[in-house]
Write a protein that binds this ligand. Structure first.
Ligand code: PDD
Length: 281
């Protein structure tokens, strides 16, 4: 029976419940994080918790639990559930209150977390995935890792219905990011991704990819690219905490590189996994 953590206590997932008046449920009024587990240990959880603090501050939910306590909760979830490879999900909502749009007075944030096993190193998608381009229908604060995600739900449902693994969201043809990932192209050995601003999430994996590229002398360009440029690029890949780096081998009906992952993508994925392995041993 999987164990989760809710408002300070561990309990069986099937015994965990929250109020129908929780603002996470009523308004999507909350933020979340997803961190990977490798070798039974959290990967880059400290960075995820820095971003959690930023997301909480951005929507004025009080920070009621220290990063050290979160780290302990997250690691215990991985351990108690016997997870060697997988993820830990955590969420904080503004809490329970009578339904009224402005912030309630004195609400206590609802906090919960759970863990899941997932194959990361031997991901079946590492041979390449298809993206489906869809208009980005989101708001102007996509830098907040908010649980208000109807636009991503619709984008990723379109992708799945179209036989694609992930959505390539764009505004008037200019790619923002994936439905739950950052997107990259490679041309003549230069790795390119959209610069950070309010229109995309500052991916933790994105940061690590930039560091790995710098460390191995791969030139990086932080500049937006179009769907057409991605289709014509030498390589394309996606990054996220739960997929690491995955080669993109098709976009819409266009197959890239004969369906083969690109060499720079494969080198970066190998470097990412080597670093992750080293940090979690
Ligand atoms: N999503 N962009 C969006 C919109 C995301 O939701 C995510 C992560 C990323 C990548 O961020 P990171 O590298 O920190 O995982 C980019 C998580 C995995 C999710 O919602 O499941």
């Amino acid at each position: 029976m999987p164990v989760c953590w809710l408002n300070g206590s561990f309990c069986a997932e099937r015994d965990a419940s929250v109020s129908i008046f929780d603002r996470g449920l009523l308004f999507g009024d909350g933020v979340y994080e997803v961190a990977a587990v490798l070798n039974g240990r959290l990967l880059d959880a400290d960075r995820h918790l820095v971003r959690l603090a930023r997301s909480l501050a951005a929507i004025a939910i009080p920070h009621t639990q220290s990063a050290a306590t979160w780290l302990d909760v997250m690691q215990q979830l991985a351990t108690q559930n016997g997870i060697d490879e997988g993820l830990v999900y955590l969420q904080v909502t503004r809490g329970v209150a009578e339904r009224d749009f402005p912030f309630p007075v004195n609400a206590t944030p609802t906090m919960f977390a759970y863990a899941r096993a997932k194959s990361l190193r031997a991901d079946a998608n590492a041979s390449g995935v298809r993206l489906l381009s869809v208009p980005d229908m989101r708001w102007t604060r996509c830098d907040i890792k908010s649980t208000s995600m109807l636009a991503q739900v619709l984008a990723k449902q379109s992708a799945r219905a179209g036989g694609a693994f992930e959505a390539m969201m764009h505004v008037d043809g200019l790619v923002t990011e994936g439905g739950s990932s950052n997107l990259w192209i490679v041309n003549d050995g230069v790795v390119q991704t959209r610069p950070l601003a309010n229109d995309i999430l500052a991916g933790i994996t994105r940061d690590v990819v930039l560091e790995l590229a710098h460390a191995s002398g791969v030139p990086v360009r932080e500049r937006a690219f179009t769907v057409a440029q991605a289709k014509a690029a030498g390589e394309c890949f996606m990054s996220s905490a739960t997929s690491f780096i995955l080669p993109v081998t098709a976009i819409d009906d266009d197959t890239m590189r004969g369906g083969e992952p690109g060499p720079v993508t494969q080198r970066l994925r190998a470097a990412y996994i080597a670093r992750a392995d080293r940090l979690t041993r």
